[in-house]
Design a protein around this ligand. Structure first.
Ligand code: NI
Length: 155
């Protein structure tokens, strides 16, 4: 595994729409392993392909309950609302209160190409929305309803 360089806001890579993953091979496994290590190293709870310069529909999430890998994800249902602090490893030092769905249902493939469906709520739902947006070139700032000073975050 290796820690990859995280693409920062301002780089046009973060504005691109990603293409689907077509090959479920060793290279994909290495990418996912590297992305997870890079995410942990950056103290994040999620990381998407374009954030390491790979314009493919893939992201990893771990909100402290174990790693989940999403390939070619599709959010099929959302409901409820949550307003909570959010940041992004591509926008260091910037945080805001976002408005996101409280519940999401997502269909995706795992690293072997098997389909799964996940019902998520709370932080996991927020992370799925955030990472899925990266695959369409959208940053969390689009959802910020109030900016916050990092010193206001007490955890
Ligand atoms: Ni992000």
């Amino acid at each position: 595994m290796a820690i990859r360089n995280i693409v920062k806001e301002g780089d046009p890579i973060l504005t691109k729409v990603c293409r689907p993953v077509e090959k479920f091979d060793d290279k994909l496994g290495i990418l996912l392993d590297d992305m997870y290590e890079t995410m942990l190293d950056g103290d994040g709870v999620g990381l998407a392909g374009p954030q390491v310069g790979i314009l493919r529909r893939v992201f990893v999430i771990d909100i402290g309950e174990g790693k989940i890998e999403f390939i070619n994800p599709k959010i099929t249902h959302t409901s409820g609302v949550q307003e909570s602090p959010e940041g992004c490893l591509s926008c260091p030092g910037e945080f805001g209160i976002t408005r996101r769905p409280m519940y999401v249902t997502v269909d995706a493939q795992n690293r072997w190409g098997d389909q799964f469906t996940l019902n998520a709520e709370g932080l996991l739902a927020k992370a799925i929305c955030h990472e899925n947006d990266h695959l369409d070139g959208i940053l969390f700032k689009e959802y910020v309803i109030k900016k916050i000073d990092p010193s206001e975050l007490k955890d």
